[in-house]
Ligand binder design. Sequence first.
Ligand SMILES: [Zn+2]
Length: 1014
Amino acid sequence: MHLFRIVARGFACAVGLAGGAAAAQTPYFQQVVDHVIAVQLDDSEHELHGNITTTYTNRSPETLTFLWIHLWPNAYSSGKTALAKQQFRDGNMLMFYALQRELGRIDSLSFTVNGRPARTTPHPEHPDIVRLELPAPLAPGAQLTYATPFRVALPSGSISRLGHIGQSYQITQWYPKPAVFDREGWHEMPYLNQGEFYSEYGTFDVSITLPENYVVGATGDFVPGAADNAAEERRLDSLDALTRLRFASSDLAPDDFPASATRTKTLRYRQSDVHDFAWFADKRWNVLKGSVVLPHSGNEVTTWAMFTSKRGDLWERAPEYLADGIHYYSLWNGDYPYRQVTAVDGTISAGGGMEYPNVTVIGTMSSALSLETVIVHEVGHNWFYGILGTNERTHAWMDEGINSFNETRYFATKYGDTLGFAGTMLPKGLARTLGFSNLSYPLTDQYSYLLTSRMGVDQPMSCHSNDFSSTNYGTVVYKKTAAAFAYLQGALGTEVFDRAMQAYFDAWKFRHPGPDDLRAVIERVSGKDCAWFFEGLVPTTDRVDFRAGRVRRGTGGREVYVWNRGGVGGPFELSVQDGEGKWASAGWNDPLPAGTGRWVAVPEGAQAVRVDGVEQALEYDRRNNTTQTTGVLRRMDPLELRLLTGLEQPYRTTVSFLPLVGWNLHDGWMPGLVVHNEVLPLRDFGWHVAPMWGLKSGTLTGFARMSHRFGPWIARAEARRFSAPAQAAGYVEEVYRRAALVGEAKFHRQPTSPWSSAVRVEAVDLRSDAAPVPGEFVLPVVPPRSGRQSLGVAASATWKGRRISHSLAVNARAFAFKDYLSSPEALILTADRSAIFTSATYAGAFRYDGENHTVAWRVFGGTSTDAGVFPVLVQGSSPTVDPMRDHLFLGRVEGGIEGAQVAALHGGLAGFRAGRGSDFVLSATADADLPVKLLGVFAGAAFDGTDALASTGLYLRLPSSPNTAGGLRSSIRIPLAATGWFSEGVTYRPWESIAVVVSIDALNPFRFARNVVN
Ligand SMILES: [Zn+2]
């Protein structure tokens, strides 16, 4: 039922329905896999050599004839794997340019099943999955053992989660591992960076052989007395003592790799009730050992922190973070069921840290708080991933999101409201200016979610991992889910909520729960229908938006009308303000269906009431949540003036200002002020006004804009006024005023899809004061001063396809305008003009080295039905060919450096007069960055219907310029040779043909902010 609504909202994910029906009919079962692995690390070749024996017990009601086996190291084997493709999509070209030795693979496999050789069949699409064909069918309840040797060539650790950085080893997803077979069927899946795992539970018995001087952090406990375990336990204890001594004398171990010992050691680990085994090895690590007593059982858990000296100052407190994390997660969700937890310091590329059973790896951290955050988060995954083994690929919110909720709760509990989370990431002064310094930790989750929700680009929490845009993976999967669970906690009450989460833990530990299983437990324990959560917040992008309305005197006292303006029919809290201005909660109310209202009793003596005063719902707009119960101005919020901008103050109307200085050739320097209502996260309605004074022209200049977003549509009204001498029909214009109404919509239904489209309609009113050109013959009927007005309408549609290294854009723009040349007394002259402009651009770029130097190419074709109105330009939009003043120019004159600005590319071929154009231009251009900073060579050719043209020269890329294929590439272009210069005897004057490609309008921070997400 929600499928239609999701699609209709514009942003969606491919909703996976596979297996849903089957799951309802097949009773829950779970396969059992027990692994015995012996592996040796070769740290000169960066290879693993191992043998694995897996006992597979078929607990399903089906007879199996094959097993899907994951060979995830093969995800690193080429630029064509699912991993590589996902990274390209997100703009990471690392695997595309990686050298052979930086890639990785698993090989030397030779499977046997119950001792008999067995065949494997490659997966039709993914080299990191194979099908192990069973020599004999495996009946329900039966067991088999398969075995194989293997060799893993370890990839560079900067690609994803498996690999090495020098001799620091991160050994994850490294052995042949069966895919999950459950009530929905098989879940074979390629390895991905964005999108995690789903694995069968069982036991691991792993023996690791490596040079003696490595420190190892791993899943599992030492098998007592086995291999070199006893000596290793003594060694770790002495390393712990040594590290403490070194901290005392502020002299940590050096941070370069010592030579590897020639003698090796073998460490043997065992763990049961886990679904993965990872290990990390480094010769440089300091070691800190600690312990924590569990809140429910009183059992003791050993904690290990293993870290290099690089940020040893931060890691000194890691044992505290480990202990506190284990304590609170156990307290709220159920006791940690294992005997040890380890955090290791590693350089990883998949986010700040990564979780595995018992052991987590942490990236390089910049502050104590970020180290604590990442350690607590990754340790927390032992519950939401490790113990509660949800399919993370399809229900990422159930591990990342619920884990993030617990992480937020941890910080709010441990530090209270004093933490000012976001404030710690910014310099103190700036954080105060922006209003971040006292933002509570839980509100950070809500604001992060609002960031994409208010842009209209968010996606439902329930999307498949690989369908999320990388922004939404953070703001929706982590942050919206965290905020949603805080809402659920508020609505159910903490005591009931905790009981429900502990019941969920007890019922589903070491199993594979899905969303329905979680819902069933929560509804059973709470006795409440949670449809608003599981059918509202989870699978849709519907908003939560309550509004406090009228207050009346009812039969039992005063009542306030609460209206649900949002799409989620959730419960709501009501807070009341007493006579002294203090707010207190009056409790939660039952779910209110979307689009309906209800009268709610107001306690006596309340001065004001506020819906969700406890700030636990994901309120889209809190400004309509408060009502005064008495007085005339019941809904007026106090006004706040602020410098720059900042975090929204939900119960205040904020107006911000900032001094501003502009410049153009005709107005000179323009001091002014920008006043605006923009806050973070951006709201649907925004406006800014920037009056300035032109010191040279002695006139008022400036710009203003307001915009409102409705779903995928944005409506805008904008105006600007600047001086711009330009000749037209014997007159010189002096000052122009441009006002426009714009409606535009972007359609990018599936953020991970390469296709997008946009439409735009625009009405423009352009007026200017004009005077006759000095010295020209003037008709006696034309008055000495006059005005000119152009009214135009334009509509355009763009369709874009983006691939890894190339893109195609097709744009059509039709516009018509009417010119009036008038005196104050009478209309003198009118003209109707119109044109349809159509263009297609096919562009691409490839990077030829590791330093972002590219060769970019572009093919352009454009036509215009009337070149006299709107020509297709060989070079691009310029000060003199911009009939509707679409672009901002620093000077509106022809020739020389003052008129060199090019605002938007047509043919894109620099070296020709700004106005050179016709009703048809076909061009091909190429830009090659030289292997020096910002400098490059361009060359290109064009045909304009009559002449063939060509030019070449140098360009200087403007720093931090967008370098999108086909888009505007900000640069200064210096043509050195062009056709026409020689044949017509034209002298080359570089300053006359320089083109400065830059769009000033795109630099407007307000516009930039509204375009920045997706
Ligand atoms: Zn996580």
